[in-house]
Design a protein around this ligand. Structure first.
Ligand code: SF4
Length: 356
């Protein structure tokens, strides 16, 4: 595997409490998957807390109408999670959101329309110190670019037209994204844009698909760009729950060396030697292991062949070994338990590790 290039140098954009670019850690975003109203706030706030525990740094909400603008705006007053408002077609919705402590407004040059509308949004965002994301999408390019043969080039042109307007308005706090559902187009567009401009880039392969194909395509696109030192914040777009998008995003950062905090899981794929239900155990432990930001490696192994070796190397490991499970902590055996006792014993040892 090639050695990753160091992150490229960009300006810093402040989105609420989140700093994007400028050498700050690459952040993970997701998008809320449903419309919200005030009656949903308690459940939404609790889900945002959980997404934060999983490693999410910002959540974007669709704002299709005034009721949504009021709801998303009111929500931003009640949560520490930075909230971005996603606006298409009606710029007055962006203006209304800017009356609240929103962290960022996402606009799409292909759907917002006339320049005067962008000017109004930019002017108010500047007054309020709110960041913008110019989100270019290959599926909704401005009409003037629909005839372009190369979709990657068309995305770059759309982004640069918007950038030129922002420059004329002396607006600096913008993150850009250039997304296609095609991995190659996404990579080429971001490489080309990043060579010419120092704005932070939000990476993603748009409409990447259901869980497994979507993660594979997102990893191919986002991972490739991160390896080249390109990318300051990422979103994995999946036809799956937001929590899956966050876990996938965090794992991409971990695999590319852009994030080390949190729990890395090593687990065996299982085979005919398995004496321990590794699959269900890893699902069970996922309910508590993400509550820490400590850098911890855990191993969950199925049998005595590779199990003790991997479990011994991890900060906390467990392996099946005949009728019992053996727990290792920092290379030493700390307990032998029955499979029924394994989950509780593992959680106790995990809690001790986090408290150290
Ligand atoms: S650790 Fe054991 S059970 Fe798991 S894949 Fe390897 S040999 Fe099979």
């Amino acid at each position: 595997m090639p050695v990753s290039r160091p992150p490229r140098s960009t300006r810093t954009v402040k989105a609420g409490s989140l700093l994007i670019g400028g050498g700050f850690p690459v952040s993970v975003q997701t998008m809320w998957k449903a419309a919200i109203g005030p009656a949903d706030f308690e459940a939404v706030i609790s889900s945002l807390t959980r997404l934060g525990e999983l490693g999410c740094d910002l959540v974007r909400f669709a704002v299709p109408d005034l009721a949504a603008a009021e709801a998303v705006g009111a929500l931003s007053r009640r949560t520490a999670m930075p909230i971005a408002a996603d606006i298409h077609f009606d710029h007055t919705l962006a203006l209304r959101c800017l009356d609240f402590p929103i962290a960022k407004i996402r606009i799409n040059p292909g759907t917002l329309g006339a320049e005067w509308k962008v000017r109004e949004v930019v002017g108010k965002a500047a007054d309020r110190g709110v960041a913008l994301r110019v989100g270019v999408n290959a599926g909704s390019l401005p009409r003037s670019l629909e005839g372009e043969k190369d979709p990657a080039e068309a995305m770059v042109k759309a982004a640069e037209e918007e950038l030129e307007l922002l420059d004329r308005l002396s607006f600096r706090d913008a993150v850009f994204s250039l997304k296609s559902s095609d991995v190659g187009e996404t990579i080429r567009a971001n490489m080309r844009f990043s060579k010419a401009h120092d704005h932070p880039l939000h990476l993603g392969v748009t409409e990447a698909g259901p869980l497994i194909p979507g993660i594979v395509r997102s990893t191919a696109g986002i991972g490739n760009l991160l390896e080249r030192g390109i990318g300051d914040t990422i979103r994995v777009s999946l036809s799956a729950p937001a929590a899956d998008e966050v876990v996938a995003g965090v794992e991409i950062l971990r695999a590319t060396g852009r994030r080390s905090e949190g729990v890395k899981i090593i687990s065996c794929p299982r085979c005919g030697r398995t004496t321990f239900d590794v699959q269900n155990f890893t699902e069970d432990v996922s309910s508590f292991i993400h509550s820490t930001r400590k850098t911890i490696t855990i191993a969950v192994m199925g049998c005595a062949v590779n199990g003790p070796g991997e479990a011994r190397k991890a900060d906390l490991g467990i392996t099946g070994a005949g009728k019992m499970a053996i727990l290792f902590r920092k290379g030493e055996i700390v307990r032998r338990v029955t499979y029924e006792q394994a989950l509780e014993a593992f959680q106790q040892e995990f809690d001790k590790l986090c408290a150290d």
